[in-house]
Design a protein around this ligand. Structure first.
Ligand SMILES: Cc1ncc(COP(=O)(O)O)c(C=O)c1O
Length: 396
């Protein structure tokens, strides 16, 4: 059923169980059909590049199960992410442990589980891996230009190109098996040319490695692929049109190419519905009052994405006085307002200044494109629950 119908069914069921205590709780609608469509779009536009879903972006069990059944690989950052994927029966060869600085006990764990592929970007990590998992298949994560990305991961990870020679020499001395190169152009990348520039850098490192006697067979083009399409902004189509040809031009078909998309698969698949639990009228001294609305998920919950992922979230009216308005433009006056989460902290603000029709306590708002870096980092601060997910599977 459509997202509209799924929300309506959920809210209608509330009125039938009037005295159920949690009926105003915020909830997500997770659309598995949208995840599937994103996968079809990937295979159509980047057929050579094997996606390994970055589970950190949304480890929702239904999403992970669906992607596992579609044959995707997985990019995991920790033992429990790896465990979640292995528990589904995914073969260890379909996992890349893509965290350049790993806890020793996690390396011992992946050695036991035969999860061989892992990234590194410093010499100390090589010594650790030599001691704990000398047969690991190592992927050198290089630094790229992430200045056009929302989250600039290069501040923390990625070997500058002038350190590559030293790192490969250390790996050689330790007889470690380095099999290729990875990069990450930054999460939420706004410039498709960052991908082609990074592919060029990876080629340089392949050549350097070859000159030192390594036989590189893997290129990992990382994550950063756009999720929900931004109007007039970057789209997956634009990235694919630059990245696909760049890879084909610089890497022979013998090189296996993988990617670690996270937000691309899940951002547009989740909508959160929040209840207006309170309203405060702010006297302006003139006729046009403004309003403060309080809703029941916030910055400490799913909307942590505003702080950690620099997302801009957009409220829309789901119900007003019992009328369902999903996808509709209301033909009535709107008013200046701000929207706040439920906690007692003033940082918990979801929209400082926006415009909505006059709403009452009990009305519902919905927020689209809430699937990436939302639920996974939500806390229970102030005793509020993490919003649950109900699922649908749209077919268009
Ligand atoms: C190593 C690595 N791979 C992949 C991703 C996923 O990035 P995105 O969700 O932008 O595709 C991240 C995100 O932080 C990451 O750190």
């Amino acid at each position: 059923m459509s997202v509209h119908d799924a929300a309506k069914q959920k809210l209608d069921s509330h009125s039938r169980v009037k005295w159920e205590t949690d009926q105003e709780d915020a909830f997500f609608i997770g659309d598995l059909g949208e995840v599937y469509r994103q996968h079809l779009r990937w295979t159509r536009l980047l057929p050579r590049i094997e996606p390994h879903f970055a589970i950190k972006s949304n480890p929702d069990p239904m999403v992970v199960k669906l992607l596992a059944s579609l044959g995707l690989g997985f990019d995991c950052a920790s033992k429990s992410e790896i465990q979640q994927v292995l528990d589904l029966g995914v073969d260890p060869s379909r996992i890349i442990y893509a965290n350049p600085c790993k806890q020793a006990s996690y390396i011992r764990y992946v050695a036991q589980q035969n999860v061989a592929k892992m990234t590194f970007d410093n010499a100390e990590e090589l010594y650790k891996i030599k001691a704990l998992y000398p047969d690991a298949e190592l992927v050198l994560r290089i630094l790229t230009d992430d200045s056009q990305s929302l989250c600039q991961l290069g501040l923390k990870f990625g070997a500058p190109l002038d350190t590559v020679d030293h790192l490969l020499r250390v790996a050689k001395e330790l007889s470690l098996n380095v099999i290729g190169v990875s990069f990450h152009v930054g999460s939420g990348c706004h410039d498709e040319h960052a991908f082609s520039d990074a592919v060029l850098r990876a080629r340089t490192v392949f050549d350097q490695a070859e000159a030192m006697g390594f036989n590189f067979t893997l290129l990992d083009v990382g994550g950063g692929f756009p999720g929900a399409d931004v109007k007039d902004g970057i789209t997956f189509e634009k990235v694919a049109a630059i990245l696909g040809p760049a890879v084909d031009e610089l890497f022979s078909p013998q090189v296996r190419v993988i990617a670690e998309p996270g937000r691309y698969y899940v951002a547009s698949a989740f909508t959160i519905c929040t209840n207006i639990i309170g309203r405060r009228t702010v006297a302006s001294g003139t006729d046009d009052s403004s309003y403060m609305y309080y809703v029941n998920d916030g910055m400490y919950g799913a909307f942590n994405c505003i702080l950690f992922d620099h997302q801009i979230v957009i409220p829309r009216v789901l119900t007003k006085s019992g009328r369902y308005l999903h996808g509709q433009q209301l033909d009535e006056s709107d008013y200046e307002c701000s929207i706040w989460g439920p906690t007692c902290d003033s940082i918990d603000c979801l929209a400082k200044s926006t415009r909505l029709p006059l709403l009452e306590e009990g009305d519902w708002l919905y927020w689209e494109n809430m699937g990436a870096y939302t639920i996974c980092a939500a806390s229970k601060f102030n005793g509020f629950k993490i919003s649950k997910v109900i699922y649908t599977n749209t077919s268009v």
